[in-house]
Design a protein around this ligand. Structure first.
Ligand code: C5P
Length: 198
């Protein structure tokens, strides 16, 4: 079965948690596409060459989840050649046999416009910054400023800016528990699976 769940949204909205839960629930493979951009940013040097030569070990680095790695990722993510170099890998992953969940910024709008399910997971900047601060610590005001800076860069770039696809189901996790958010996402996938012929 080929079945793609595309999950987009800003940093720290809960995409990762929801994606992993949906993948586990339905036995689909999961790709955190942000890790690709983080790995390119963390490699240093020419980002286009880094994107073209990405290897699995680059994704296994233990410094990819830091605030700095997130900022570096969003800086290389504005470069069209970097995005182009990562596109085919993501598309192939999305159409693999057995179902796939991809989370990122442009999955439903650019990578998989024909995805069977499109979710846009969001939350207020303050709540997302608080969640990120619980993970990484540091100065809360600084964490909020970084979240806003990354939002502005991701939403304002010319190539594949972050936005909800027209036919995406929007899940605002600001006032939702993890379980409630996962339940909404799971229900959207189950509905679409139920609609499929055969
Ligand atoms: O989701 P995560 O915070 O790991 O993403 C890091 C950065 O990578 C984002 O801020 C964004 O600039 C970039 N990104 C992207 N397209 C994706 C996934 C991530 O531009 N599909």
């Amino acid at each position: 079965m080929i079945f793609t769940v595309a999950i987009d949204g800003p940093a720290a909205a809960g995409k990762g948690t929801i994606s992993r839960a949906v993948a586990e629930r339905f036995g689909f493979a999961h790709l955190d596409t942000g890790a690709l951009y983080r790995a390119v940013g963390a490699k240093g040097g020419d980002p286009v060459a880094a994107a073209r030569n990405l290897v699995p070990a680059d994704l296994a680095r233990d410094d990819l989840r830091t605030l700095e790695a997130g900022q570096a990722a969003s800086r290389v993510a504005v470069i069209p050649e970097v995005r182009a170099a990562l596109l085919e890998f993501q598309r192939r992953f999305a159409r693999r046999e057995g179902g796939a969940v991809l989370d990122g910024r442009d999955i439903a709008t650019v990578i998989c416009p024909d995805a069977e399910v499109k979710l846009y997971v969001t939350a207020s900047a303050e709540i997302r910054a608080h969640r990120r601060w619980l993970e990484v610590g540091g100065d809360p005001a600084q964490v909020l400023a970084e979240v806003r800076e990354r939002d502005a860069r991701d939403m304002g770039r010319a190539d594949a800016p972050l936005r909800a696809a027209e036919d995406a189901v929007v899940i605002d996790t600001s006032d939702l528990s993890v379980d409630a958010a996962v339940a909404l996402a799971t229900a959207a996938v189950a509905r679409r699976l139920g609609d499929r012929p055969g």
